[in-house]
Write a protein of this length. Structure first.
Length: 300
């Protein structure tokens, strides 16, 4: 089993997109700089979406430009829903984009106003432009373990859609528990099936902590060979179009678990905790992270 994992920090995008408090471009840039300073090397900086639908993502192009440094080893990405977003990403000089699809028809309609099939038709244009401009594409699949509108989601459908994204050219597929309904047994079952059709190093886990199962689910996925996990500083997060979709698993909580397990992450936990305190002030509220609230135990 590999003793190293990679965290993809999604606080600037998934973390902020469902918050009533809207941070300024300057605040977002400062957050990004602090995260990069902690050792984070993969980070979503925002989404090129309509500001009237998700106002929290307004200014994402400016945030990316102010954080991007071609001399650094960090890989910064943005979420793009379609060809229009992709063109904006190209203009901004983005080197990695992410596309997202739902695994239920109801969620797809609520989230992006189209069917699953239509969403993949939109992706085709994104992948064409990505290949032409040498841009990496990461694929997200939402509600892989359960849908707030339809309930259970077929594992066969998730495997089919993940395979389709991979075949289209996505270099990595992030399997999302959007409403935090998954449990370890379910993670074992689905990830085992996915590994049979997609190389395990191309899979990532995206877990929300709605029911307090995110860390257990991550550990289960890690034991199956998954080494890339999405997390959000402070445990911020949620989906504007998924009822009861609370925060992503907190970056500091994941770090604490793996650090004490002897697994290398390459991120300074003390700096992350410092960012937690700073961000709590910016958001004007207590953040969900368990470790962020109580801190590290100082042993004599």
């Amino acid at each position: 089993m590999k003793k190293k994992i990679t965290l993809v920090e999604v606080g600037l995008r998934d973390g902020l997109q469902n918050e009533s408090k809207i941070l300024t471009v300057e605040q977002k840039v400062e957050l990004g700089k602090r995260l990069l300073g902690s050792g984070i090397r993969r980070m979503e900086t925002g989404a090129f979406v309509r500001a009237d639908r998700i106002p929290q993502m307004q200014g994402s192009d400016d945030v990316f430009r102010k954080l991007y440094n071609p001399k650094q080893k960090s890989l910064l990405s943005v979420l793009v829903p379609n060809e229009v977003g992709m063109i904006k990403a190209i203009e901004a000089g983005v080197k990695e984009v992410a596309v997202f699809a739902g695994c239920s028809e109801s969620f797809s309609q609520k989230n992006i106003n189209c069917s699953i099939e239509e969403s993949f038709l939109r992706f085709e244009k994104v992948f064409v432009l990505a290949k032409k401009n040498k841009i990496k594409v990461r694929g997200y699949l939402s509600v892989c373990f359960g849908c707030p509108f339809e309930g259970a989601v077929s594992e066969a459908r998730v495997v089919k859609l993940a395979s389709k994204l991979y075949e289209m050219g996505a270099y990595e597929i992030s399997i999302g528990d959007t409403i935090g309904v998954a449990h370890a047994g379910q993670v074992n079952s689905l990830m085992t099936k996915l590994k049979k059709v997609i190389p395990v190093e191309k899979l990532a886990g995206h877990f929300h902590d709605t029911r307090g199962q995110a860390l257990a689910n991550i550990l289960e996925a890690y034991n199956l060979g998954i080494t890339v996990f999405d997390s959000s500083i402070g445990g911020l997060g949620g989906c504007p179009y998924a009822p009861a979709a609370t925060g992503n698993v907190a970056t500091e909580d994941v770090l604490y678990m793996f650090q004490n397990k002897g697994v290398s992450v390459g991120v300074d936990l003390n700096k992350i905790l410092s960012i937690h305190s700073w961000l709590s002030e910016q958001m004007q509220k207590q953040l969900p992270s368990k470790l962020g609230q109580v801190g590290l135990l100082k042993l004599k």
